[in-house]
Ligand binder design. Structure first.
Ligand SMILES: Cc1cc2nc3c(=O)[nH]c(=O)nc-3n(C[C@H](O)[C@H](O)[C@H](O)COP(=O)(O)O)c2cc1C
Length: 211
């Protein structure tokens, strides 16, 4: 860590778990080593490596790490709503939170969390029509950033995350996954209709095939 910190002019941040296994939970010790090496900020996924993605996140261990060092610590693991983000921040005393899976297909979640942590309120998730616009922009940016070949392939997983896991979404996914060009993918997204799903009271999803 010290070698990396001294080799570059920019701040170096680090992400760790709470240890290699429940029997070897050395996150506090590693955090202190990181701070001594000049690491500028630390993100902690509150599980051990052996726990992979299973079991409860150890927010208590993250709180211990926050108390043990003076550098900013970001709490990570299973944060999927603004309310949960605030509860985790309050419980751990972390400087902020890091969000992974819950933002897949829901990039507006990050703005909602930021607003809630800052002001105690947040805007509702975008409606289905706006979600479709965001999806189209996101996919177009993937094409531009990664190029046509990789961009179309990377867009497939994002398309799946936006649409979710309903039977209809799976049908869309299997069709979308066979499209090979940016223009075909963007045209397909335009054909998605945006009716509210009959069996959910939550935010309308991008849902139906065009008539
Ligand atoms: C598809 C995927 C890829 C990931 N890649 C990395 C990675 O390259 N480096 C890393 O430190 N963590 C990686 N993670 C772990 C996440 O950064 C995060 O610690 C973990 O998903 C727990 O946070 P979450 O519950 O908000 O998803 C990855 C997670 C997923 C689902």
């Amino acid at each position: 860590l010290a070698a990396v910190v001294s080799a570059v002019a920019v701040p170096v941040t680090l992400k760790i778990r709470t240890g290699s296994s429940p029997a070897q939970r050395n996150g506090v010790q590693i955090a202190r080593i990181a701070e001594d090496a000049g690491i500028a900020a630390l993100a902690v996924h509150g599980r051990t490596r052996a726990c992979a993605f299973k079991g409860e996140v150890e927010y208590d261990t993250i709180a211990n790490i926050v108390r043990a060092v003076d550098i900013p610590v970001f709490a990570n693991g299973d944060i999927d709503s603004p309310e949960r983000a605030r509860a985790v921040r309050d419980h751990t005393g972390a400087a902020g939170v890091m969000i992974g899976r819950a933002a897949q297909g829901r990039p507006w979640l990050l703005g909602q969390v930021a607003d809630y942590l800052e002001r105690g309120e947040y805007r509702a998730a975008p409606g289905a029509r706006e979600q479709r616009t965001i999806l189209a922009q996101h996919v177009a940016h993937l094409h531009a950033f990664y190029g046509d070949f990789m961009g179309t392939r990377i867009a497939r997983k994002h398309f799946g995350w936006y649409l979710g896991d309903s039977r209809l979404a799976r049908l869309h996914r299997s069709k979308f996954n066979r499209l090979e060009t940016p223009v075909d993918q963007l045209r397909y997204i335009e054909t998605l209709t945006t009716t509210k799903s009959p069996n959910t009271t939550s935010t309308p999803q991008i849902e139906d095939l065009a008539a």
